[in-house]
Write a protein that binds this ligand. Structure first.
Ligand SMILES: C[S@@+](CC[C@H](N)C(=O)[O-])C[C@H]1O[C@@H](n2cnc3c(N)ncnc32)[C@H](O)[C@@H]1O
Length: 291
């Protein structure tokens, strides 16, 4: 590894003869970065410029660290994973949506959702989309772009878990608000926010039909309530995807709710190998005369 020489402090620079400072910095720059050396040899002709450059270097290093490491590097890694077959090679829903779904913190879940939405649209399965547990809208944004012509219902308090569902204090997911989610989604055509305690916020939607539902509320009560509300309103062939089924969180609250609900239903759960261990199922048979 290249040894990183310490940049001179502004007061050290002041005391140095200018020619020595420039020579030193050029040689340091050549070792570390030829581009920087070239700039410095032509531009650094006064102590005040040297001082400015020192500050600029520190700033640039900070920007480089945060931008390149956190964004470019992550994107590069995703592309590598993609080219090595970690994700779908031939996504049927198009390259732009594939890029959108894989450049997230949970690409396996998001691409599984994209496949489901693709089937929903291709097979003309009627109904709206819903997400219970939205937080900052990362998933809602992808969901919306996968099927912008469908109604999308978003259920959340937008201020964290409601107290009535908690056996023990859980302060996660408070750091959000409705405006932030709206900004994340951009165009809000066909998007309906149901703000407050779920399932109370389903009032008025009794006659609605759904084609894809994402349940991601982490706790027992809203997960079970979500299944009870959406199942009878799910079109034949429609999907329910439940996040965190294989998570020990809240004493396996999600798997307990799902197992309790599904035991007397004809549908079977299919596991997804995402970090939270999601499961999904598709509704069998006809629903109130719908295909
Ligand atoms: C894990 S986060 C959702 C993350 C989001 N689906 C994503 O992928 O980015 C869980 C969310 O469920 C919401 N939530 C949990 N129980 C709820 C309830 N009974 N009513 C409304 N919102 C609830 C919380 O406010 C929290 O924002």
């Amino acid at each position: 590894m290249l040894e990183r020489a310490r940049l001179p402090l502004p007061n050290e620079v002041e005391r140095m003869p200018l020619h020595r400072n420039i020579a030193e910095r050029v040689s340091l720059g050549l070792r570390a970065c030829p581009w920087r050396a070239l700039c410095e040899s032509t531009w650094l002709s006064t102590p005040s410029r040297v001082r400015q450059a020192t500050h600029m270097n520190a700033k640039l290093a900070r920007i480089k660290r945060s931008f390149f490491l956190h964004r470019w590097w992550k994107q590069w890694l995703r592309r590598q994973m993609d080219s090595h077959g970690a994700f779908l090679r031939f996504p049927p829903y198009g390259a732009r949506l594939h890029e959108l779904a894989t450049h997230t913190r949970d690409p396996v879940r998001f691409t599984t959702m994209a496949l489901a939405l693709h089937t929903v649209c291709k097979s003309n399965i009627p109904g709206s989309l819903a997400e219970v547990g939205v937080f900052r809208g990362d998933l809602s944004r992808v969901l919306r772009q996968l099927a912008p012509e469908r109604k999308l219902y978003l259920f959340d308090t937008f201020e964290g878990f409601p107290n009535q569902d908690l056996d023990a204090p859980d302060g996660r997911f408070k750091d959000t608000n409705l405006d932030r989610v709206k900004a994340m989604l951009g165009d809000l055509t066909n998007v309906f926010f149901r703000v407050g305690y779920f399932p109370d916020t389903t009032a008025g939607l009794e006659g609605e039909r759904f084609a894809f539902v994402m349940l991601d509320a982490d706790k027992f009560k809203p997960t079970l309530a979500g299944l009870e509300f959406f199942y009878p309103r799910l079109s034949s062939g429609g999907y329910v995807m439940i996040h965190d089924y294989n998570s020990p969180e809240s004493d396996y609250a999600v798997s307990k709710a799902v197992d309790k609900f599904i035991e007397d239903k004809p549908e079977q759960l299919i596991g997804v190998a995402d970090p939270g261990g999601s499961v999904l199922f598709r509704r069998l048979g006809n629903m109130r005369g719908c295909n």
